[in-house]
Write a protein that binds this ligand. Sequence first.
Ligand SMILES: *Cc1c(COP(=O)(O)O)cnc(C)c1O
Length: 498
Amino acid sequence: MNKLYESTRDKEVSKNASEAILQGLSEEGGLFVLRDLHTLHVDIESLIECDYMGIASKVLGLFLNDFTSEEVEQCVQDAYKNKFSEEEITPLVSLKDAHVLELFHGPTSAFKDVALSILPQFTKASLAKNEMGEDILILTATSGDTGKAALEGYKDVDRIKIIVFYPNGGVSKVQETQMISQEGMNTGVCAIDGNFDDAQNGVKQIFLDEEFREMLLEKNIKLSSDNSINIGRLIPQMDYYFYAYKSLVKKGAIKCGEKINFVVPTGNFGNILAGYYAKQIGLPVNKLVCGANDNNVLFDFLSTGTYNKNREFLKTISPSMDILISSNLERLLYYVSGCDNDYVKDLMKELNTSGKYDVTPEIFEKLKESFATGFATDLETKETIAKIYKEENYLMDPHTAVAYKVLLDNKDENHHSVVLSTASPYKFTNAVYEALHEATQEDELRLMELLHEETKVRIPDNLKGLEKKIVLHKDNIKKIDMRTYINEKAGELRSCTE
Ligand SMILES: *Cc1c(COP(=O)(O)O)cnc(C)c1O
C-alpha cells in the first residue's frame, strides 16, 4: 500500500495515517502532510442526506489510508455517539448577517472537543494496528481549552496515559477548576510556574530529549502528543465544514454547488486550515476569513506576506487565540508553495533564527485567492457580544465575537457566510458578563448564575456545579522539575488494562 503522508520539511519521510498519528511530529521537526491532497475528492451531493457521523465517516475514510471502513466507523461512533449534548453534534443557527456553526456542545464546551473526542480513538486503533508493545503517554501543554478536552478524550482509554501541564495563574478559573477536578485513573494534571510558552517549550524539549525517551521506553512507555500539529487532530475538523454546508442546503438557504464563506476565530491556524483542506477536496468555498484578536500576527501576514512574531505578546479576552507562532501555517505554506519541502524548511529556519519571514509575491497572490482577514480589539469584541445579544437575543463567547466582528466589517452580499463558534459563552463568563454590564470583581462561577438568570441561555451540564467539584490534582512544580515529575507520575498512573 502507498504510504500517504510525508513531512512538510522532508519529502523522503513516508508514513501511513496510523504511524503519523502515533508519532505526532516528524523527526526533523516538520508536520505530516499528504502531497496528493488535491486528488482526494468528496462528492457533496452524496453528503446532503447524511447525519454528522455519516459525513465524518466518509470524509475521514479518505485520509485514514490504513484504516478499514469498519475501523473508521467504529472510531466515529465511539467519539460522538451520546457524547455531545446536541443530537446534531454541531448545529447551525441562522442570524441576520450570518449563520453560526456551534462547535461547543461537547464534553468541555469548546470546539477542541470535536477533534479531541476522536483522536484518542484513532490512537487506540493505531496502537493495535502497528502491534506496538508500549503504552502511550500523552504530554500536553495547554493555555486552557486543549487540556480539559484532551483529559476528557483520553480518560480511561486503554493503554494510554495523559499528563497535562498548564501555566499557574495563566488560565481562567473555570478552565482550572475543570482540569483539577478531572477523574480517571490514567490522567494527571500539573501547574507549572511560568506562562504558556514555558509549559509548551518544556514539553517540546522533553520530546527532543532522546535519553529521557529511552529511559521511559525501558518502562514500556512511548511519548506522544495530542496538540494541533497532530494530523489526527486536523482531519476531523473538516467534518463540520461539510456539515455546515449540508445544513445550508437542507434549509434551502443555498443550492448544492453554490460557494460560501467561512469566518474563523484563529490562533494556531488549525481550525481554518481544516477549511482549506475541505476546499481542496471539493467543498464549494469562496473565501476563508481569518479572524484575529490584538495578537494580529496572522492578520498582518495575510495582508502583507510578511510573518513577524517580533512583537509584544498581549493578553486578551479571547485567550485561546493569544499566540504568536501559529504552527499549522507551516502546512499551508507547504501547499501554496506547490509542495516545496525545501522552501518550507528554509522559511521555518528563518522564523526560528530571526522571528520573521517573507513569502514570494506568487505565493502571496495564492494566499489571497483563498483567504481574507480582519481583526477585532477587546473593546470591539465586547461591543459585538452586546450588539448581537441586544439585537438578536443571541449570546456568543469572545472568540466567536472576534470572528463576528470581522464578518460585519467585511460584508459579502454575494455569498452566504458561516461563522465558526468555538466556545460556550459560559466558558468565558467574565468577559461576556462585562460586555453586557460593566467590569466586576464578582466570582466567575457566581457570574455564571447571574448571566443565566439574565439571558436564560442554558448553562452546559459540564460547567454546572463546578464550585462543588472535588479537587483531585494539586501538583504545582517548577519547569526544571518536569522530567522528574513525568517519570514519577508515569509509574503512578494506571491504564485501564492494568
Ligand atoms: C483553540 C481555540 C481557538 C483557535 O483555534 P486554532 O485552531 O488554534 O486556530 C479559537 N477559539 C477557541 C475557544 C479555542 O479554544
